[in-house]
Design a protein around this ligand. Structure first.
Ligand SMILES: Cc1cc2nc3c(=O)[nH]c(=O)nc-3n(C[C@H](O)[C@H](O)[C@H](O)COP(=O)(O)OP(=O)(O)OC[C@H]3O[C@@H](n4cnc5c(N)ncnc54)[C@H](O)[C@@H]3O)c2cc1C
Ligand code: FES
Length: 331
């Protein structure tokens, strides 16, 4: 047994076989995380004292970060008592992940390489999620991949996913060539900590690339449920793709008071909108980000670049939240 103490002074027990993230969850301490496979670095934290051992490769860290004492809580276990420089998510209790059966209700083709999948849970299923979270879908032969939930609520027990085809991808092969209504699958979730934090009087900004718009859609649809004293000062959504077909639905149709800016990185001459990268367009649109909170979801390249550029400008680094759609396969 070892004791892990966080910056807040909160502590919990662990063993050498368990990842720090898992030990925290078992003790009802919510630490930030996304992929759980050492790839996205959302769970990055610094060791102040004590020793850890890596349970899996830590590809989400650079050599410099390792040398500076950073670790990934999803891949590291405590060898001795530890003091970590990381904040837990306050007293937040996240919905407990569970494994449930589901059937494909409907598959809609939104773009040549993107489908919208509706999964129907049993009418008696006891499932809840916080908008922005994702689920693991467990498919044929037990392979599982992570997909963000795109609906803001699900009173009808139907979950919405937006799935992009990855060349040569094992689960993509199933989704795009074999999947049909009524197929039996399982989900495990909800997972992840990509959800809204303090919103009161904040300039709320969402950056998305590709299917990274899915959790943003979920959060936008949930905004009408904010209490009066939680209302943001402004809401801006920037969605980037290479070509017009990558922006596969009209975000401006989501009810709510927000500014939507579609952005193309490789526009042709007929494109009248913004061109470039979403974070560069954001800096042109809102040059002063001191009062902003940025929620970025999609490619790792966009997230790394956006974090570096925006925090170097005026965004406080503690108000940059992200969910990187890294490869979620384990083989
Ligand atoms: C938290 C989280 C949420 C996600 N949400 C979504 C979502 O809402 N919609 C969605 O379409 N995808 C999402 N993804 C990605 C998804 O989980 C799969 O990784 C992706 O669909 C590929 O699965 P596959 O089985 O088709 O390909 P695999 O068989 O896993 O991979 C095939 C090849 O492609 C590479 N590859 C796989 N994924 C990526 C990637 N994202 N970028 C670059 N190379 C890759 C692999 O390294 C491998 O070489 C999410 C990932 C994470 C971690
Ligand atoms: S690297 Fe740990 S959650 Fe992604």
């Amino acid at each position: 047994m070892a004791t892990i103490t966080l910056s807040s002074g909160r502590s919990f027990e662990t063993t050498s076989e368990k990842s720090i993230l898992d030990a925290a969850a078992q003790a009802n301490v919510a630490l930030p995380y996304s992929c759980r496979t050492g790839r996205c670095s959302t769970c990055r934290c610094k060791v102040i004292s004590g020793l850890t051992t890596a349970l899996n490769p830590e590809t989400g860290l650079t050599e410099l970060e390792r040398a500076e004492g950073w670790i990934l809580s999803c891949t590291r276990a405590a060898e001795t008592d530890l003091v970590l420089d990381v904040d837990d998510l306050g007293g937040l209790i996240l919905p407990t992940p569970k494994t449930l059966p589901c059937r494909i209700n409907e598959i809609v083709h939104l773009a040549p390489d993107v489908i919208q999948v509706f999964l129907r849970l049993p009418p008696t299923a006891d499932f809840e999620f916080t908008p922005g979270q994702y689920v693991d879908v467990i498919g044929p032969n037990g392979i599982h991949r992570s997909y963000s939930l795109a609906n803001g609520s699900f009173a009808d027990k139907v979950l919405e996913l937006h799935i992009r085809s990855v060349d040569g991808g094992e689960f993509s092969e199933y989704w795009f060539k074999q999947a049909k209504p009524n197929d039996l699958l399982r989900i495990h979730g909800p997972l992840g900590t990509f959800f809204l934090r303090n919103t009161a009087n904040i300039d709320l900004v969402f950056l998305a690339t590709g299917t990274g718009i899915a959790p943003v859609k979920s959060i936008l649809e949930s905004l009408p449920r904010l209490k009066q004293d939680e209302n943001p000062k402004s809401i801006t959504v920037l969605w980037g793709g290479r070509k017009p077909a990558d922006l596969y639905f009209d975000v401006s149709q989501i009810p709510g008071n927000f500014t939507f800016i579609p952005v193309l990185s490789r526009p042709d001459r007929s494109w009248k909108g913004q061109a470039g990268y979403v974070h560069d367009v954001l800096l042109k649109t809102i040059p002063n980000l001191q009062n902003a909170a940025v929620y970025a979801c999609g490619s790792t390249a966009m997230i790394h670049s956006a974090k570096a550029k925006l925090t170097q400008a005026s965004l406080p680094s503690s108000r940059f939240y992200s969910d990187a759609f890294v490869s979620s396969g384990t083989t």
